[in-house]
Write a new protein. Structure first.
Length: 377
């Protein structure tokens, strides 16, 4: 299975991964993904090992391969990366330029979780988009009970300004909250700036110092997470941690948390833009500090769960919709029902014996009592 992308991409694919795990009992399942994400991939319980992969670079030969599943993209490049391994069968979205890709059509305006569930369901694997939860990581939180502020994002277009995060963090500190700032090794500069401007202790800057399991433990034990459309936000969803999520330029209807999880509060100006832009999206900049601070305070007290009355309207629901459903539609959040396969997974045909172990694959995580070496995120 190929998903050589980031943290949020991995977490949105978990329901599809679990559907494949259930549908292929006794098979050895390998995920091709970035090496740093291996501990979290193994924590899902859906895969047996991780083959380090970077983007769409060629994968190393991995022995007789019964089945390859493209959970990476629409093709054709990702299709060809997997076809080069010589699998007995490729499960993927249909693409006219790739021979043997005869799957369902790609839908551009589909929630990312639903997309991959629909793909595997088309091949007979029943999938439930709500299966996003992760088990507790086998490491302690570096700051139990803290409020986590994560100012980074995968592109400048999705990064709310650092000075605004600092203002929110300062307000939370003044309320008596223990605030910590997180970020990857390439986000230490912005995290340090937020830490300093918010008046936090330098030790509260955890950027570059948490591996994926430590970050998961931090989020799992946090009182609140404040961040943009990032993998850290998806961790909050996976652990049921209250969160304030700042969306723009991508709609939460494509990447947001399930609306039935009312502990997550999504702020979105209702505007769309270029997710790969070189500057913060104008819609994201419409979200002001006062609104984020107020939403965070409400989240910490458990008041007014669900969409705030001032959230900008999106497509309106019908007159027979419940108020909760209308609120979800205002936030751009779709309901994601289970996706049933048209037949049992057996309609894939006979899959012969399991392939042998492959060199270079990272095996299932060891027992926590034996210690676990975690690469830096």
């Amino acid at each position: 299975m190929l998903r050589a992308l980031g943290l949020g991409d991995l977490l949105t694919a978990v329901p599809a991964l679990r559907a494949l795990r259930r549908g292929l009992p006794g098979r050895r399942i390998t995920l091709a993904a970035p090496r740093a994400l291996a501990p979290l991939a193994l924590l899902t319980g859906a895969v047996d090992d991780v083959l380090p992969a970077s983007g769409l670079d060629p994968l190393p030969p991995c022995g007789p391969l019964e089945l390859a599943v493209n959970l990476h993209g629409r093709g054709p490049r990702s299709h060809r990366v997997l076809r080069a391994l010589g699998p007995g069968r490729l499960l993927a979205f249909a693409h006219p330029s790739v021979l043997g890709s005869e799957g369902p059509p790609w839908e551009p305006d589909e929630h990312e979780v639903q997309r991959w569930c629909r793909l595997v369901a088309a091949y007979g694997f029943d999938a439930d988009p709500r299966e996003l939860d992760l088990p507790a990581p086998p490491v302690p939180s570096p700051a139990p009970g803290a409020v986590v502020v994560h100012p980074g994002a995968g592109s400048p277009a999705r990064r709310w300004p650092a000075e605004r995060y600092a203002a929110v963090a300062a307000g939370l500190r003044e309320r008596g909250e223990h605030v910590v700032v997180t970020g990857g090794p390439d986000e230490t500069e912005v995290a340090g700036a937020v830490t300093a401007a918010a008046g936090l202790d330098p030790s509260d800057d955890l950027s570059g110092r948490t591996g994926p399991l430590e970050l998961a433990a931090l989020v799992a034990g946090a009182r609140l997470v404040v961040c943009g459309d990032t993998g850290t936000g998806h961790l909050a969803t996976a652990y049921g941690t209250p969160s304030v999520l700042l969306f723009g330029p991508v709609a939460p209807g494509l990447w947001g948390p399930p609306p039935e999880r009312r502990e997550h509060r999504v702020l979105w100006a209702g505007r769309h833009g270029d997710p790969h832009g070189a500057a913060p999206d104008p819609g994201l900049l419409e979200i002001c500090v006062a609104r984020v601070a107020d939403t965070a305070a409400r989240a910490l007290t458990g008041a007014g769960r669900g969409p705030a009355p001032e959230d900008p309207p999106g497509p309106q629901g019908g007159r027979h919709e419940t108020s909760a459903r209308r609120g979800d539609r205002r936030r751009g959040l779709p309901r994601l029902p289970p996706v049933r396969g048209p037949a049992g997974a057996g309609h894939l045909g006979h899959l012969p014996g399991q392939p042998a172990d492959r060199d270079g694959a990272q095996r299932r995580a060891p027992d926590p009592a034996q210690g676990l070496q975690v690469p830096e995120a």
